[in-house]
Design a protein around this ligand. Structure first.
Ligand code: DX5
Ligand code: ZN
Length: 238
């Protein structure tokens, strides 16, 4: 018994060291939901210091808002080399994931609440089948356990820290135990999986989410309302 305890402890220390040496790189994914849609090309150029472009797709059914769709993803693809992180807030996303991949998404996330487990698994397979990265998203009221059946198939898990639908909402600090739990499971079961947070991330709350284990931070208003966007992106890295 003590032998196993010892192994567990040395693993934990190793993980801490990995983080300390800076290997857990913090990535910033500005959400273009807060950009000026009349000047999208310019708005994407303004975030060239970021790691991903976060694209919020809403259908007016899964969430009470309608934003952008497949043709816009295809248009954005032509004006940036940055990977496109497409967050699908749509009902039964399995119907559309391939089209988003073909339009140029590099990473596609689907909500676990948006369909059956079987269809969610199928959606992840379809995304992988086109050589793209795939992940699941959990809304604030959805427990961490809901992501667990998909963990080993995921390249990323996204934890919402606001109710999906709109930018500029208040950060929900009470999501941190969920984030910590998912970081623990990721480290145990699928260490290359990324852990993303979305909603209310700013220069103060970024420190909280990083301390709770997130390594990809979505930020809409905190990036686009900043005077110095490259400076703000750097600041959000914690
Ligand atoms: C909300 C979206 C978010 C939103 C974040 O449904 O998924 O990506 O744009 O905006 P901020 O950072 O302003 O909370
Ligand atoms: Zn989003």
């Amino acid at each position: 018994m003590s032998q196993f305890g010892g192994i567990g402890l040395s693993r934990r220390i190793w993980r801490l060291n990995v983080k300390k040496e800076g290997f857990l790189m913090i990535k910033i994914a500005p959400s273009i939901l807060s950009a000026d849609f009349a000047n999208l090309e310019r708005e994407i150029r303004r975030i060239s210091a970021a790691d991903y472009v976060h694209v919020d797709v809403m259908d007016g059914i899964f969430v009470p808002n309608i934003t952008i769709g497949i043709p816009v993803v295809a248009a954005i693809r032509k004006v940036t080399e940055l990977p496109l992180d497409v967050h699908l807030m749509i009902d039964r996303p399995v119907r559309y994931v391939e089209e988003f991949c073909k339009a140029g998404a590099d990473l596609v996330t689907v909500h676990v609440e948006a369909d059956t487990g079987e269809n969610t698994r199928r959606a992840l397979e379809l995304i992988h089948g086109l050589g793209k990265k795939a992940g699941v998203v959990v809304k604030p009221k959805t427990p961490a356990e809901a992501a667990l059946p998909f963990l080993e198939m995921c390249d990323i898990i996204l934890v919402m820290t606001v109710e999906p639908g709109f930018g500029g909402q208040r950060f929900m600090e009470d999501m941190m135990p969920k984030l910590r739990q998912l970081r623990e499971w990721i480290d145990e079961k699928n260490p290359s999986c990324e852990l993303e947070v979305d909603g209310g991330v700013d220069p103060v709350t970024c420190k909280t989410v990083i301390a709770s284990g997130a390594n990809v931070l979505v930020a809409g208003s905190a990036v686009y309302k900043a005077e110095d966007i490259p400076g703000r992106i750097q600041e959000l890295r914690g």
